[in-house]
Structure formats: structure tokens, C-alpha cells
Design a protein around this ligand. Sequence first.
Ligand SMILES: [Zn+2]
Length: 408
Amino acid sequence: MRGGELVVNEALKTRALPEGSYDKLLEFLRLYRDAVQIIVDRIWGIDEKLSKKKLHRLFYSDLMRLGFRAHHAKEIYINAKSLMDSARGNSGRKPVLRKLSARIDKYDYKLDLDSMTLTLKLHNDYEAKLKLVSPRERVEKFRSWSNYELVVKYEDGEFWVSIYFKRIVKLLKPRTVMAIDLNFDNVTLTVFTLDDKLIRLKRFKTPLRKILTHKIWIERIQKRYPKSWRFIKGVRKAIERHGKRIKNISWDYAHKTGNTIAKLAFKHNSVIILEDLEKLKENNKKEDKEFNKKLGLWFYRRIQFCIEYEAMERNLQVAKIDPRGTSSKCPRCGGKLVEDGYRILRCRKCGFIGDRDVTATINIYKKYKYISKHSRCGVPGVAPNAPKPDENPSGMQGNKNEAMTTES
Ligand SMILES: [Zn+2]
């Protein structure tokens, strides 16, 4: 097992107050929007593939004539192109831009985190200075990151900016393996040394029963007012209240657990092994259609999200394995396990007896070890937050483009 590198992206979204008049900034945003629209209109009918080079040739000089800077121009035609691509993929209708929002390259702004100011370079050499309205603590962590792009928006009389940061994470070389099993009642973790010694066992009770109670309440209310619950204010409010509780309980739990687990993993210098929930879904599809609803796949996802996030903050590796068989196979001989009392499993073939959750983590650990031994690249799975090839904001392809909302 070895370390490695990983690029992590994160956006800081904050309100921004213009210093002085913001007429020019608004003018810029309008001009930008209209320029994107003009290009969308012009390339809409074109069927051939438009490369960046071609877009540049077609539109660069026109955009310069409008007073844009070189990198504005690039952002504008790339934006138009990606809007067109996603519109074709979705509705098939030509996008019509209404919102005021612009994506700006790092060459066209200056960010000063000390004074919390942002200077934007606009058209015709105008500049706009904005004060970022964000708590210090939120900004602090980005000091050691680099930023490469931002989106500025005007919405309901307020300016907002999303600044895209990235950092290279040098992953630690793990000395132990932490296996994590998620099930309805418990989150169970075990830590193994690389020579199979179990050195730590910890269990967290999940709040899923509590969550289920709120769910049942919601269903009960909806059943009592099957058609009208949406329209009666008191009823709708009651449902919202239960929904809110579910949300709070689950996020709260996910944050706390993710944090505790990552701290422990850091202490033991572990690679964290999670179950691949997508595979879990596939495996269970046939057996239980209600699986998703009953066992709260969404809840597991939330916990994993927090574990992965906190692990990343500590430069820890995370890997995922296919959970198939991890709760039904004997970790000693591979035989089938049967229930033998409350949460106890027994192997008919070799006599192995073990706690259900712990047994699952042993199997997860063994699966990871097997895969990492037999895969050429050493570490199975992909580091969680690794940006997909098309995730770079400038290269948005078909994904939701938060800079521009289109209506058709
Ligand atoms: Zn056995």
C-alpha cells in the first residue's frame, strides 16, 4: 500500500458587497449574459463538433470588439457551448438566459483573503471592488489552497460569488486498515494491522429507528389526508416538521460520526474501507424492492459522504469494495453463515461464531486485502472526491451549470 496524490476541489460561496457604485458591474453582467446568448443563438443550428479552437476563431474578435478581455472571451464561448450541449441533451430546446451570472477566469480577478476583498476586471478596463461577507473561520481553511476561477451573480438585489479552490492532497501511506460496516442499527468499525491483527473495535448506534418513527408519522398523516395534505396549511406544516427533524437528526449524526471515524483513522494511520453503496443497491435489487426505503440507503450515503470528507481533510485514503457476501460468508472458510441467536452468526462448515456486524467488517477487511494484493495499481477504488474529468467548471459538460440557469 502506498500514498498518492489527489486533487480536491471545493467552492466558497459568499455574498459580496460592492464598494462604491456597481453600475459598471451590472453592465458587465448584462453584457456577458447577452454575449453568451448571442453565441448560443449562432451555434444552435450548427451540427458539427465545435472545438475550442473553432469557437475561438468564430467569436474571439467579436467579443474583443464588445470590450471584453481575452479570458472573458474564452469563458463566454465555452459557457455558450456547454449550455448548448446540455440543452440538447435535456429538453432539446434552445436555452434562453435570464439570470445575471458570469464565470471569471483567475487572470481577471484579484482575491485578497486578508482584507476579504475581490477585484474584478471588467469590460473596457473597468474594475469593480467587492467586499466578501463571510465569517473568517470559513475562509481560513482556503488560505493554503489555490483558486482558479469564480462565478459572480446578481440575484434579488444582491451580489454573490462562488470561488473555486483546489489543493493537492498528498495521501498518507497507511499502516493499518479500518473496515466499516453500515447497517440499520449500527455503524461498526474495526482496525486491523497489515498482518491481520484486530487492534480496535468500535460501534455507534444509528438513529435510524428514531428517523423511522418520524417517517411513519409522515406516512400516517398523508394517509389520513391522501389528497389534501399539500393544501391544508396545518397538515403540511406538521409534515414539514417531521421532515426537518429527519434531516437534522441524520446530518447531525453523519457529521459527528464522520468526524469521530476520521479522527480514529488518523490516529491509527488507516486506509478507510467502505462498502460500495452502488453495488449494494445492485445486489439487493431483486431481493428487496423496499430496500432503499426501509434501510435508508440515503442515510448510509450521507454518513459515507461525511467520512470521506473528513478523511480527505486529514490526507487519509479511502477505498470502496463490493459488499456482496460480506454479511453472509464465513471469514474463515468461506462457508455460508447462519443466524445463531441475536445478531450472532455461525458457520455450519467450520464452526466459526461471530457477532454479525464485526464479522461483516472482517469480511470487508479481507476483501480489501485480497483486492489490493491482486490489483496492479495497489489501491482499489477511486479516492472519493477525485474530480471526474468533466468536473472542471470551465469544461462543464452536461452537468448542472450553477453559473447559468436557463429557461426555455
Ligand atoms: Zn467457516
